[in-house]
Design a protein around this ligand. Structure first.
Ligand code: AMP
Length: 219
């Protein structure tokens, strides 16, 4: 059986999280999201989490070796053996090269179907999207006060938990995250294009519209 490996590229708050979460359920593959994995390390107050926090709070990338260790441990788990969805990794050319090495080590002869899906979106709207973003600390559901508000103000529709705002979802840190994205991550678009594995989708529009486009490129 061919192992399906889908990685997702796009600026902060382009909708990757929502779509990859939905896709993971649809394909029954794990949704491996480095941002969430790092936030879990912070919440558990591990040494890795404490170290990562200093970068995350400034909107900078956490050093590649630390993220590589976390990603490798996650991809080695049994639920990733038929395929996985990587959201937020790789985020630089250095990380993309590391991912190649990790895959070589893990896959050992397994046939792979690797695609990098790029969410092409008008970035002007994204800072507003970020400052309006809230999430459920219990189930991880993401809301937007403007586009996808919860039914009861401040509470999750699914489990009623009080919604929280990510510490790095302020206007100032969001700007730094965009700068980091354009400098470090955007070069991956050409990197994967030159390898012939890039698929681009128009990520402007509603969640349902983007979902339909996503289904087309993963076939
Ligand atoms: P995200 O949840 O994807 O918006 O990521 C939040 C923050 O976590 C980023 O601004 C980075 O500081 C850090 N982060 C997430 N993924 C990576 C990665 N692949 N490499 C380095 N830092 C990362």
């Amino acid at each position: 059986m061919t192992k399906k490996e889908l990685i997702f590229l796009g600026p902060p708050a382009c909708g990757k999280g929502t779509q990859t979460d939905k896709l993971a359920q649809f394909l029954n593959f794990p949704h491996v999201d480095t941002g969430s994995l790092l936030r879990a390390e912070i919440k558990n107050e591990t040494p890795e989490g404490k170290f990562a926090k200093t970068f995350i709070d400034k909107g900078e990338l956490v050093p590649a070796d630390l993220v590589a260790k976390i990603i490798k441990n996650r991809l080695l788990q049994d639920d990733c053996k038929n395929g996985f969805i990587l959201d937020g990794y790789p985020r630089s050319v250095e990380q993309a090269d590391i991912l190649e090495e990790i895959k070589k080590e893990i896959n050992k002869g397994t046939e792979e179907d690797f695609r990098a899906i790029y969410f092409d979106i008008d970035t002007n709207i994204l800072v507003e999207r970020i400052v309006n973003r809230r999430s459920c600390p219990v189930c991880g559901e993401i809301y937007n006060l403007e586009f996808k508000p919860p039914k009861v103000e401040g509470h999750c529709d699914k489990d009623g938990a009080e919604l929280t705002q990510r510490k790095d979802d302020t206007r100032e840190v969001a700007q730094a995250r965009f700068d980091t994205y354009f400098k470090e991550t955007a070069p991956l678009i050409d990197y994967y294009k030159s390898k012939g594995v890039l698929r681009t989708i128009n990520a402007n529009g509603t969640i349902d519209e983007v979902w339909e486009r996503l289904l087309e490129v993963i076939k």
